[in-house]
Design a protein around this ligand. Structure first.
Ligand SMILES: O=C(Cc1ccccc1)Nn1cnc2ccccc21
Length: 326
């Protein structure tokens, strides 16, 4: 079978939320689909009231198909330092008409401050490889891994949009969502991520700089995080741009016209329009850049700033990533 679900951007396109049905009768919660992690966790009746800000909860006691996974716990910390932990149930989970009968649903008994403040998000749905799922003592599979063998094709596609509704499609490729040809490239999943090797980059209409490095396709990260050498070249083309240690990255005058950023995947060229690199206004006149350094992380992250300019196929059958402009 196959299915499609809409994904809606929050402010600044900092995250995208999609409706997920859990339990019997179905309880709908909006989750942040995250190709950079592999835990499906959600605010529940067990999440302390003082760690919530009106989030919609999943309540397993109201689901006739919920089963507690005895002795199972989970505990995750993300790269930005945010964290959550708790216990585990299995229940029926449906997304856009694709149903998994027994999906590990991780109940949050502790969530850190950034999750507490995010009133619109009831949790995360991991779409990375299950090898980095944090459930103990028995590691659990992601929704996609559990659904994959029943899908018409063993893949999902990501079509994020700038400040508009996009979609996650499961089991099929919708040709109306992209232009040109899809460029497939092998995935390095050795760290549990959808890792790949970009082949270079280009700022605006200048020449293409061939270079091969490791990056991950991560819908859970807002920005495009690249080696500082590339980031410095990009911002050196923007008059008034500067590295502002207080803000923790490059800022620039909001009224500047920004050059596009093109990345290579083998012979393919993915184009990110210049205005996608204006992440958010810090003051009336100073804006924060959407391209920032990944040097502190040790690897590059193609987050939402890049992904919302592309149509991306995450193929779990042959472990490839497919890229297309749109
Ligand atoms: O954590 C990261 C990437 C990151 C950001 C900043 C510094 C180092 C690494 N992304 N991410 C992926 N899924 C997430 C879920 C919540 C928060 C961040 C999440």
């Amino acid at each position: 079978n196959f299915g499609t679900v809409e994904t809606i951007p929050e402010a600044f396109d900092r995250e995208y939320l999609s409706p997920v049905q859990i339990g019997t009768p179905p309880q709908t919660v909006n989750l942040n689909f995250d190709t950079g992690s592999a835990d499906l966790w959600v605010n529940t009746n067990e999440t302390p009231e003082n760690q919530q800000n009106g989030q919609v909860e999943y309540n397993p006691t109201l689901s006739s198909t919920a089963k507690k996974m005895e002795g199972a716990t989970w505990d995750i910390t993300y790269g930005d330092g945010s964290a959550s932990s708790g216990i585990v149930y299995t229940d029926v989970v449906s997304i856009g008409g694709v149903t998994v009968q027994s999906q590990a649903v991780e109940s949050a008994q502790q969530v850190s401050s950034s999750f507490q403040a995010d009133a619109a998000s009831s949790g995360l749905l991991g779409l990375a490889y299950g090898t980095i799922n944090t459930v103990q003592p028995v590691q659990q599979k992601t929704f996609f891994e559990n659904a994959m063998n029943d899908l018409a094709s063993p893949l999902f596609t990501v079509n994020l949009m700038k400040q508009a509704a996009g979609s996650y499609d499961f089991g099929y490729i919708n040709a109306s969502e992209y232009t040109g040809e899809i460029q497939y490239t092998p995935v390095d999943n050795s760290r549990g991520f959808w890792g790949f090797n970009p082949s270079g980059f280009q700022v605006g209409n200048s020449s293409f700089n061939a270079s091969s490095w490791y990056a991950i396709a991560d819908t859970g990260t807002s920005l495009l995080l690249l080696p500082s050498g590339m980031v410095d070249i990009y911002w050196s083309a923007v008059s008034g741009a500067k590295f502002d240690a207080l803000q923790g990255g490059y800022t620039f005058p909001c009224n500047t016209t920004l050059p596009s950023f093109t990345f290579g995947v083998e012979e393919y060229r993915g184009v990110i329009p210049g205005h996608f690199m204006n992440y958010a206004a810090i003051t009336k006149t100073t804006c924060f850049g959407g391209i920032q350094s990944s040097d502190a992380l040790g690897f590059s992250i193609f987050g939402d700033v890049a992904l919302k300019a592309q149509f991306v196929v995450f193929d779990g059958g042959d472990n490839t990533l497919g890229w297309a402009n749109k």
